[in-house]
Design a protein around this ligand. Structure first.
Ligand SMILES: O=c1ccn([C@@H]2O[C@H](COP(=O)(O)O)[C@@H](O)[C@H]2O)c(=O)[nH]1
Length: 236
């Protein structure tokens, strides 16, 4: 069930175990943020933790970025739907057949199905990284191509950098959801992210949801860091 407040900030719970994750979650308000469970925490703590977070009232984005053959991937998104998550994702580079199979598999879950989105180009990648895997187009062009494929397969949106948001909103329309990691307040470390934007600029550029991890979770006072971002974007 979707959070009626529709908070735009998704806190990435990238922790090595559920103890520090729950320590932070206990201080958070589900009216003000959603939570993302990714590969590390899910591999450690599994579906039980996701259920626990949901019982606390949080919408959960299960960020496992499935990438496999259509039969395997569609079964995995159905398992995520059974778990009751708000959002689940696959890699767009898995292609048309895989994404279509996933979308079709979720139809039986009706209107309460999770949002199904596809990762375009990881925000940690720049043009050189793309060239390294044989893609000579710019990240922006590759993101556009994969977003068009994703929309044609009937998915709800993509993971991209906020830098690509204006182009994608123009090309794919306002309803196509843009979930943007690589969010960095001005004072935050870039870390391994390449295509970054501040929370304010990202929302102004057309991001629907901001995925924010280390600027909150590694802050000396994570709650204060989240509150500062929340205050910054309030009313945008
Ligand atoms: O392209 C992508 C797709 C997913 N992510 C995930 O988002 C968070 C970002 O965390 P930060 O600490 O704010 O960098 C992380 O869980 C990634 O797995 C991404 O960064 N880029």
């Amino acid at each position: 069930m979707q959070n009626q407040n529709d908070p735009k900030i998704i806190v990435a719970l990238d922790f090595p175990s559920e103890t520090p994750a729950l320590e932070l979650v206990d201080k958070l308000d589900p009216a003000k943020c959603r939570l993302k469970v990714g590969k590390e925490l899910f591999t450690r703590s599994g579906p039980q933790l996701v259920e626990r977070l949901q019982k606390h009232g949080f919408d959960v984005f299960l960020d496992l970025k499935f990438h496999d053959i259509p039969n395997t991937t569609s079964a995995a998104v159905a398992a995520a739907a059974d778990l009751g998550v708000w959002m689940v994702n696959v890699h767009a580079s898995g292609g048309e057949k895989m994404m279509t199979a996933c979308r079709e598999r979720l139809e039986v879950f009706g209107p309460d199905r999770p949002l199904l989105i596809a990762v375009t180009v990881l925000t940690s990648m720049n043009a050189d990284d793309l060239a390294g895997i044989g893609i000579t187009d710019s990240p922006e062009a590759q993101v556009s191509r994969l977003a068009t494929l994703t929309k044609n397969c009937g998915l709800d949106g993509v993971v991209c950098s906020a830098q690509e948001a204006p182009k994608l909103k123009a090309e794919q329309g306002a309803d196509f959801q843009l979930i943007t990691p690589g969010i960095r307040p001005l004072t935050a470390d870039k870390g391994d992210q390449q295509r970054i934007m501040t929370p304010t600029d990202a929302l102004k550029a057309g991001s629907d949801y901001l995925v924010i991890g280390r600027p909150i979770t590694r802050a000396a006072d994570p709650l204060a860091a989240l509150e500062a971002i929340h205050a910054e974007v309030q009313g945008l």
